[in-house]
Design a protein around this ligand. Sequence first.
Ligand code: NAP
Length: 246
Amino acid sequence: MRLNGKVAIITGASRGIGEATAKKFALEGAKLALVDLKKEDLAHTLKMIRDLGGESIAIEADVTDRQNVEKIMEETVAQYGHIDIVVNNAGITNDAKLVKMTEQQWDSVINVNLKGVFNVAQEAAKVMIEQKSGVILNASSVVGLYGNFGQTNYAAAKWGVNGMTKSWAKELGRYGIRVNAIAPGFISTPMVDKMPEKVKEMMKSKSVLNCMGEPEDIANGYAFLASDEARYITGTILSIDGGTVI
Ligand code: NAP
């Protein structure tokens, strides 16, 4: 088991990629702190982990709220004593063409996908610097590498995530902390499932493998990057996209 005894915080863990990552990490032996907006939404992920024989707590928190984020770290340290891995997975979309995008649409996506990642990483880094070890993993996107129609806000946030990932890798390496991101292609999750069939077909055709990815494809990447097998990897944006961006 590659994450045996490691303590991992996963944000946005109630469904999609976050849920799949929680399952994979539990199977690899990690002890989990699962975070989402509503505690009751985490109930089924929590049960799944416990049914697998894993250990987990659920924390209700909004990653855009600084006090909530402090609570995530406090509850995790109170339960497990330390924090080895953070997966900054929580994210939203709120699409509109440039000239139609409202300030609310811009702010909502920047708040969760950029500021939320900053909040969680900053508070986790304080604990990890003391420990002199840790792994921070961020959710980027193909959209953070090549843009997308109707996603000005999302592209800006994910581009920002790439920049923060590389900056933090440079800042935190001296403390034994690695920082990487994954840029998923189009993955079959509730975020993508709500899109029209026509758009999904178009997305599928962008992959040279001509298929969408599954949440497990991304979870496998996070597990590798979180593990000691990736001990010499930091500052990387790993594309897992079926060759969408080559
Ligand atoms: P998802 O199915 O929509 O799940 C996102 C989770 O994040 C939900 O449980 C959501 O809670 C939670 N969340 C949203 N805002 C939050 C906040 N402020 N604080 C705490 N939790 C919050 O998304 P996904 O498709 O699995 O995507 C996960 C990550 O991968 C995102 O960062 C996304 O941008 C990135 N990504 C996804 C794809 C894809 O094709 N699916 C591609 C590239 C990148 P609620 O249910 O309460 O809203």
